[in-house]
Write a protein that binds this ligand. Structure first.
Ligand code: TRP
Length: 352
């Protein structure tokens, strides 16, 4: 049976990019009943590796992310939702895994390299940040997760985890499980562009629709979206590739939306063909996209607002999840220490 672990850094509310890239899929996996255990981690300790002086940002976003999770349909009865920093066993595992990884191996990690650039660390890279791929290996292996649903940028972390697992299992004993990454099904889902047409929807670029946005925010944001800059007049032929409005339609539109909101067309191919021929204005397409997004996000927002009225309840749920997660991590840690021969008072013969 399969065990899933995945998570997010709590550095902001979750947006449509997270929703199509991972949340929707997690909820489907959860509800399929095919997985033995599902762990969803709010990675506050990892978020602190580049936010040491910004604790409140990380603290305050824990409940935001938890609300986003529950509003999308993650269910604490089926998935264990927990806070990374509340499972100290993860730090202990990381400490032993550090001995199995070289500095040069960490320096080659393309995602970390890229993040160092983006953050402008230059020569002042926090050690914790530099080593977070090792702590991520601890997150995954503590739960013996074999399936890790993530975005493409996380593949180097999974590869690093696999190397640590192989190294541990051959150096000591076969205790850890090699995980496999599961990527989003198609490229639209792995990387939703921003409202401004930038390659990625991202909080730092300010081009997001958040799951918690009001109906009015969504409408205004859709109206402001970048489209095809060569499509100046309605009669002009338009391009649907690299046009974020159509990319969002690829991600969200289903045939039944036409019946409900735009009955002049049967399906997205017909709509695209008309746009490409010319004679279809951006306003019409945006209005349609707005209807679809309103329809998709309304129930999420309403559920979120309801849940947000009792944050005490949210933290109780996170506390229970963290206790459950800790018990599992403690069991793995004990096996790890026994395999290493350092479980002196419980499991290993005393050294002589
Ligand atoms: N690195 C992930 C992110 O930036 C968060 C994360 C931490 C994670 N530990 C993990 C994801 C373990 C999957 C598995 O979003």
């Amino acid at each position: 049976m399969d065990i899933i672990l995945t998570g997010d850094r709590p550095t902001g509310r979750l947006h449509l990019g997270h929703y199509v890239g991972s949340l929707k899929r997690r909820v489907e996996m959860q509800n399929s009943g095919k997985y033995e255990q599902i762990y969803i981690m709010i990675a506050d300790a990892q978020a602190l590796t580049d936010n040491a002086d910004n604790i409140n940002k990380v603290r305050n976003n824990i409940s935001e992310v938890a609300l986003d999770y529950l509003a999308c349909g993650l269910d604490p009865k089926k998935s264990t939702i927990f806070i990374q920093s509340q499972v100290p066993e993860l730090c202990e595992l990381s400490f032993y895994y550090m001995n199995l990884v070289t500095v040069s191996r960490l320096q080659r990690n393309p995602t970390v390299k890229n993040e160092i650039q983006l953050r402008g660390f230059k020569q002042s890279i926090p050690v914790g940040f530099f080593t977070y791929p090792i702590s991520q290996a601890a997150d995954i292996t503590a739960f013996k997760a074999n399936i890790v649903p993530v975005g493409e940028d996380q593949l180097p972390m999974i590869e690093q985890t696999r190397e640590i697992v192989r190294s541990f299992n051959t150096t000591y004993r076969e205790v850890l499980v090699e995980p496999t990454a599961v990527l989003p099904e198609n490229s639209t889902c792995s990387r939703l562009p921003g409202l401004d047409g930038a390659a990625k929807m991202s909080k730092s670029l300010g081009n997001c629709i958040y799951l918690s946005d009001s109906s009015n925010d969504i409408k205004k944001k859709v109206q402001s979206m970048f489209t095809d800059p060569t499509h100046l007049r309605v009669e002009d032929p338009g391009h649907t590739e690299n046009n974020p409005v159509f990319i969002y339609l690829d991600a969200f539109c289903r045939d039944e939306h036409f019946g409900a909101f735009l009955p002049a067309y049967q399906n997205l191919d017909e709509l695209k063909a008309h746009y490409q021929r010319g004679g279809l204005g951006d306003g019409t397409v945006k209005k349609f996209l707005n209807e679809i997004l309103q329809n998709e996000l309304r129930p999420i927002r309403e559920k979120r607002e309801l849940l947000a009225q009792d944050l005490g309840e949210i933290f109780k749920m996170l506390e229970a999840g963290s206790h459950k997660a800790e018990a599992v991590a403690a069991q793995t840690l004990s096996e790890v220490k026994t395999a290493m021969g350092i479980n002196y008072f419980n499991g290993n013969e005393l050294p002589r």
